[in-house]
Design a protein. Structure first.
Length: 343
């Protein structure tokens, strides 16, 4: 297990802000995991598990502990029939490569989640999702090391407590589990409409009536490239705010002001309103706030154009939250997690 000292968290996170991690450790095998926690215990260091760093903001003070970089790779075919196949995939595998692999094998189950940056091990953490699909649709088991009990465990999908961009891993069990593999089941059923509006528009424009899984993947990848800045070129964490989930009363009030408010009904009866739209209505789209650019193509994304610190980002974030609250009475919430002195 390779251990390094004083590694800048700017190099490990796609927002490219913040201080240094006291130590980092490369977790490349399952056996490294208990070793990692044992080392941390011996040296009284707090721990943090990191994948691709595409959903984590680092504080200016850095992290006075040890960061475990999840790098376990492996894809195992567990079962295959005419209608589905299941895979057990290492936590350090790249999510988009899994999308490419399963799509090529004839499944559209995660094709619409193509091009989401990051690792497979992070996918259950916020139950990643896009264009009407989410990780919880395919995850059957999460294999993890329980750092509290000091043992390897397998959690059922139900035990993971998945909901919209949420699970126990970013809720009550935050920091407890190191996810080293995920078992997922992929359907071979041809893609089924209705598709998300942007996806349907793309398919219509390209005269694709019955898309193959590969066509769904290509469409989503093309749509995302238009709307989302490449973190390698423009530091960002994708959607900076979660979409607002409002009750019917709030939604009716919104609709009285602006009839054409975009919205998506949720299974629990509440209504999802895109936070990007809410921010756009405040007039902040394209603005530069404390070095953070509100993406002109999609107001939900904040790009670190010239911010020099986490404090700059925090100031920009508060400005936007306040502007949305003032206009709509809705408090939007940050999506990325944080690594800092207390994390
Ligand atoms: C341009 C862009 C577009 C994006 N689009 C989307 C989108 O469409 N939908 C969406 O849902 N997300 C999106 N994201 C957010 C991000 O890609 C996902 O949250 C992704 O799952 C993060 O993966 P990661 O490996 O980078 O995780 P990290 O950022 O490294 O970690 C995220 C959190 O998960 C924890 N974690 C990571 N790996 C493990 C592990 N193995 N075990 C335990 N805990 C772990 C970390 O401690 C941290 O709290 C986007 C991000 C960017 C930059």
């Amino acid at each position: 297990m390779k251990i390094q000292e004083a590694v800048s968290l700017q190099t490990l996170t796609t927002m490219r802000l913040g201080g240094a991690a006291h130590l980092t450790a490369d977790i490349t095998t399952k056996e490294d995991i208990p070793r990692f926690y044992e080392f941390a215990k011996q040296h009284s260091l707090p721990t943090y598990i990191l994948g691709g760093g595409s959903n984590v903001l680092a504080h200016d003070e850095g992290f006075n502990g040890i960061v475990g970089k999840m790098m376990i790779t492996r894809v195992e075919l567990l079962e295959e029939t005419d209608s589905f196949f299941s895979l057990r995939v290492g936590g350090g595998e790249v999510w988009d490569e899994l999308c490419a692999f399963t799509t090529a094998k004839g499944s559209s189950s995660i094709a619409a989640m193509s091009a989401i940056p990051g690792t497979v091990g992070a996918a259950p953490v916020q139950n990643i999702g896009a264009y009407g699909q989410e990780a919880a649709d395919v995850i059957t088991k999460v294999h993890a090391y329980d750092s509290q009990r000091g043992e390897f465990v397998t959690l059922s999908a139900q035990q993971c407590g998945f909901s919209y961009r949420h699970s126990i891993f970013r809720g009550e069990a935050s920091g407890r589990y190191c996810i080293y593999a995920v078992t997922m089941q992929f359907s071979k059923r041809p893609p089924q409409p209705p598709y998300y509006a942007a996806l349907q528009t793309y398919l219509d424009e390209h005269a694709i009536e019955q898309p193959t899984p590969l066509q769904i993947r290509e469409a989503v990848t093309a749509i995302r490239a238009q709307k989302l800045p490449d973190p390698a070129l423009q530091p960002n964490t994708g959607s900076f705010f979660k979409n607002a989930i409002v009750d019917t009363e709030t939604f009716t009030r919104l609709q009285q002001d602006i009839e054409s408010v975009p919205h998506y009904p949720m299974p629990d009866g509440r209504i999802k309103v895109p936070s990007g739209w809410l921010i756009q209505q405040t007039g902040l789209k394209g603005e530069l706030l404390h070095g953070m650019r509100v993406n002109p193509a999609n107001a939900l994304v904040l790009i670190n154009e010239s911010a020099s610190s986490y404090s700059d980002l925090a100031a920009a974030r508060q400005y936007i939250i306040d502007a949305v609250h003032k206009k709509f009475g809705i408090t939007i919430e940050q999506e990325p997690l944080e690594i800092g002195p207390a994390a």
